[in-house]
Design a protein around this ligand. Sequence first.
Ligand code: AMP
Ligand code: MG
Length: 856
Amino acid sequence: WFLEQMNPDSAAYNIAMAVQLNGPLNLDVLQRSLNEIVQRHEVLRTAFVVTNDQAGQVVMPHAPLPLPLVDLQHLPAAERTAEAKRLGTQAALRPFDLSRGPLLRALALRLDPERHVVVVVVHHIAADGWSIGILTRDLAQLYAAFAAGRPSPLPPLSIQYADYAYWQRQSAQSERQGQLAYWARRLAGPLPSLDLPTDHPRPPVLSTRGRRRPFPLDRVLMDELEQFSRREGVTLYMTLLAAFNTLLYRYTRQEDILVGSPVAGRQQSETENLVGFFINNLVLRTDLSGDPSFRDLLQRVRAVTLEAFDNQHVSFDKLVEVLQPERDLSRPPFFQVLFSLQNMKVEDLTLEGVIMETFRLDTDTTRFDLTLEIWDRPQGWLIDAEFCTDLFEEATIQRMMGHYVTLLHAILADPDCAIAALPLLTPTERRQLLHGWNATQKEYPRHLPVHRLFEAQAAAQPGATAVACAGARISYGDLNSRANQLARHLRSLDAGAETLVGIYMDRSIDMIVALLAVHKAGGAYLPLDPAFPNERLAFMLADSQTQLLLAQAHLEEQLPPHQAHVIYIDRNWPQIAAEDAANLADEVPYDPERLAYLLYTSGSTGRPKGVQVSQRALVNFLLSMQEAPGLRCEDILLSVTTLSFDIAGLEIFLPLITGAQIELVSHAVAADGAALLAVLQSCGATAMQATPATWRLLISAGWNGSPQLKILCGGEAMPGELAAQLLPRCAELWNMYGPTETTIWSTVYLVKTADGIMPIGRPIANTQVYILDSAQQPLPVGVAGELYIGGDGVARGYLNRPELTAEKFVSDPFVGGSARMYRTGDLARYRPDGNLDFLGRIDHQVKIRGYRIELG
Ligand code: AMP
Ligand code: MG
């Protein structure tokens, strides 16, 4: 015979069943029962032989089947179960010799005189899940009869597996051609692979390392789902599958989803009692596009399933052979996840006088990314989830199953809800994501602007150096006096609260004087880096209608076109120095919403937009930074960043409100690795902030490290390689993340080890972060979505751009009231420990790491 189902390639693994038997066990009777089973089901005695160059299968005569007994009683009682698991797993994995048969082996393990574990292993080529049920049932009946001295009570089998295979081969060719054509149509075109978010990057060649874990399902829930299905005119299987599709859609945002699902393949009643491989995996391709409700989806799934069942006679192997899906060793063909419902009642093995309990063997193998088997067991419903450990951590699968259960409940509550809007998170998760990890509330002096915090330091230690720049120094006292004089001069020119003052100056002590003076006058500054193209600066000046400009005399010739009154801080100093040097009183009562600076960001497209940052946001930010990464008055911070990049605000104001020292370098030095390295080594810096590019510049210039240095690195992603280079070169390494719109940095992370991508950490004080889907619902840990930022750092908005402001600064539904949050356009996800991973920018069309988000 040639049994078509029995293809050694497709079924090259074993299936095993293991039970623990509690009570007096008659091993002799058990062995006779097993022998009867092997005798009864010819398929278990089949051998694969090659004769006359033809491969075939031969049913071998029955040879007595041994039942070896391994006594584990010599081991300490506590170790026996583990050893039984180990030996059982070993037996389950040991290959069969297909050229000889039999294809079943059994093993008994004695834990103590009244406790045994019996393991029965069958090559998958000769059995499927259904067969295990038959084996169990047959075994129980035979054992009972033989124990009582009776003959086998089992009625003879009317056909054997070979008869079925023969029938299969004879069955109408035309029908099978038609089915093949159906599948060719269904699976036409480039097939999407399902990109579930993984814990580990997908290796180029996926191994079969896997793990299997049970998750109990509530019986009441399952009963209700059964009733719901009946009312909807579908089967429970269809409902559970539609819910699984919903889960996959929500995890991936993919709308064309392929799931594998086994069919029993036992459509003739004669096959019902046969051990054998009848199962076939169907490819169920569901279209989830068009924002369907769950009810809509259920009807789609129903149609997909019914059609697939009607065309189930083409074996999966045949499909692969004929349709030849693109070969990719990192993924199984056609589908990466498998779904099955086993609601054929599996009876437990009951042996006379012996109590049986399931004994789980975990063979630690899998063929798919994820397999969901839902079982109706005598002990209750459960999900058996098997997952590829190359890709997933167990905790991730555990969370995912929690989301599946949440979905099932939500579907019952509101089947007309859009699948995109069904709740996913368990209440505990939701609390943790929205509130637990966002519990950053911290008191800070909301009633004080930044310059008052600086004035406190100037009063406390007037003689300490505030700024050093190219050999020159200025003390806190002198810096404060000069800033006061310039502030009075600005006020005399009508500067006050909300007045914008452009800063067109080289990096110098005068620039610091200017920044403080603007705040002291009550105004806000607009940085205009002379190194920037004039066109761009002219745009900023015009867009912001800036009326006052602080500049230096040597830059007069290159000033961009403007309408402003220009004060040359050096040339006009004699006049400015005539002003009083004492601190200024508030002109109008201080409002924390007062503008601190206007900063233009280019954005990826369109014209630059001016971000309006308030004093409150800046003060909250600075005080949070004082704690972490942390700065103390002994510190020297080496400042390299252009004022036109908001992070310069940290480099200037953080030392000044702390009583620390700024070592300011020029634009030219900051851009020259060797020159920068020389300053870094000579100035005794204990802190420095820069982008990855600048750190690389220093490393290329031969920097071996500064053991006392605290590194703040941010502005773009920190790759593991850079972290690995920086870690040994410094005292502390921090990854800093944040858009200008939420004030300099919004999350920080202390880097400890350099493997993989560096997280961007957790929100700073009084800051909330959310990972949301396109319906602005929170996404679970591990699932990528858009990063939103709320809290005290959120900017006032874009200057003169109400539509854009409304689009990007939206109300924060998780805090309520007038709270707003900013849509960053960044793709991120939570790690299980609450740290965030930055994954890239969200793009309308492009797929980023397998994740697609529709904006708007
Ligand atoms: P900007 O508004 O110019 O400060 O740019 C902010 C953007 O820079 C963020 O939205 C991120 O896309 C990116 N970014 C800033 N810091 C980091 C970081 N540490 N890791 C990854 N991306 C970052
Ligand atoms: Mg930023």
